[in-house]
Design a protein around this ligand. Structure first.
Ligand code: PGA
Ligand code: ZN
Length: 421
């Protein structure tokens, strides 16, 4: 690989899909190649995520301003790296870690470091005349052949993404078509059928949650699953065969010191596992993400032993794309799937390492966007280049979601990439 000599690196506060500030970084290499990338931001964040630097000034953007994080890029990082030659992406990302001096990027902000890491990656890809997915694939010591991940698509939203009208954060559909175009056709058919169902059953206008999912006021949690199945049937498809269901419980967000508060019930960890097992049986779930809280390490192995042979037990808040937490979870058999969110850890190279650990453990890797996103489509290329098994980007509405799906469609049609089996 050619050396990366950085001429200029700049950060800018921009706005995300929720109307909140985030960052755009732009990198120019000495060769003249330019790369730019923008940073997502979560609302349902794990406690072990890398540090997201916000200004904290209540007079701007309710304290969420990103001027200090932009200055981390334009001043601190640029001063330290401009004019220097880096052997590769890993060397650049290691320099970010060394410059910060903490493992969580508590000084520079992981939002600043990831935006910089991605802008450098885009510039390096441009310099070597590669699409970003090919560059991403080349970062692995032993690259996988790039392939299209199978989308798991948000149909119904709850929890922190929809004002808490139901405690479960996402009910997702996994269309089983054998092409990206076919998957998105099935997904939109189910989405529109579910929207019509919501209009007649709940008198709802087509209002969507943070990730573009529908958020009807379901009378019971089972009604949410039943409506999803009904929407699949109304779309002319077979639940469990043409389209599978999955959930992101995001249980950390309804866990209390006394137990899990699921609507009007207070459940122990074991009772919540029983409930999840009933839903897994009744609705043939393909995966359960964050079925338990991020610190309930004692019971994740119980959940995984109970259901892990039949479905994927995915850790998001539990793992935070953090190699140490993934290793711990592997050793105690707490999960068999990683939700890989690049900005939970702060650089591309560390996220790649997390994904490789999960794959070496034999887990499924689900590359994921955040609830606050931008029109940038880099995630699609990263998921393809790292041969993710699945991708989780949200619903099939809203252009910050569609930027990624449309990029996957383009890679299928024009670059000849095929879906993971
Ligand atoms: P977040 O949620 O981006 O708001 O953190 C996404 C998820 O929990 O999967
Ligand atoms: Zn999650």
């Amino acid at each position: 690989m050619t050396e990366l000599v950085i001429r200029e690196l700049r950060g800018l506060e921009i706005l995300d899909s929720r109307g909140r500030p985030t960052l755009l970084a732009r990198c120019e290499l000495a060769s003249g190649a330019i790369g730019r990338a923008s940073e997502p931001s979560g609302a349902s964040r794990g406690a072990a995520e890398a540090y997201e630097l916000r200004d904290g000034d209540p007079r701007r953007h309710r304290g969420r301003g990103c001027l200090r994080a932009a200055a981390s890029i334009t001043a601190t990082i640029a001063d330290a790296v401009a004019g220097r030659a880096f052997a590769d992406q890993a060397a650049f990302d290691a320099a970010l870690l060394a410059l910060d001096g903490t493992s969580t990027f508590a000084r520079l902000g992981a939002n600043a470091t990831l935006a910089a890491s991605l802008a450098v990656a885009r510039a390096a890809a441009a310099a070597t005349r590669q699409p970003l997915y090919a560059y991403a694939a080349g970062l692995a010591a032993v690259p996988h052949a790039p392939r299209l991940p199978r989308p798991m698509i948000n149909l119904f939203s709850g929890g922190k993404h929809a004002g808490g009208q139901v405690p479960i954060q996402d009910l997702l559909i996994i269309p089983q078509a054998d092409s990206m175009a076919g998957i998105l056709e099935q997904a939109t058919a189910v989405f529109h059928a579910a929207a019509e169902l919501g209009a007649t059953r709940y008198g709802m206008r087509l209002l969507t949650a943070d990730e573009g999912g529908l958020a009807p006021p379901f009378p019971t949690l089972e009604a949410m699953f039943d409506d999803a199945s009904e929407a699949i049937v109304r779309a002319g498809l077979r639940p469990g065969r043409d389209v599978r269901l999955a959930i992101d419980v995001a249980a950390s967000h309804f866990a209390t010191a006394d137990g899990y508060v699921l609507r009007d019930q207070l459940l122990s960890s074991r009772q919540l596992i029983d409930q999840l097992a009933r839903w897994a049986d009744d609705y043939a779930l393909a995966s359960i993400e964050d079925g338990l809280a991020e610190d309930d390490w004692a019971h994740w192995p119980v959940l995984c032993a109970r259901l892990g042979a039949r479905l994927t037990i995915i850790g998001d808040d539990l793992l935070c794309t953090n190699p140490a937490r993934i290793t711990r979870a592997h050793e105690c058999h707490a999960a068999n799937g990683l939700l890989l969110k690049v900005n939970q850890i702060g650089t591309l190279s560390q996220a790649l390492h997390a994904g490789q650990l999960a794959r070496a453990a034999g887990w499924q890797v689900v590359v994921s966007a955040r609830s606050g996103e931008t029109e940038d489509d880099w995630l699609a290329d990263v998921a393809v280049g790292w041969a993710g098994d699945q991708i989780k980007v949200g619903s099939v509405t809203q252009s910050e979601r569609l930027a990624k799906y449309n990029r996957l469609l383009e890679l299928e049609a024009f670059d000849g990439l095929r879906l993971a089996d």
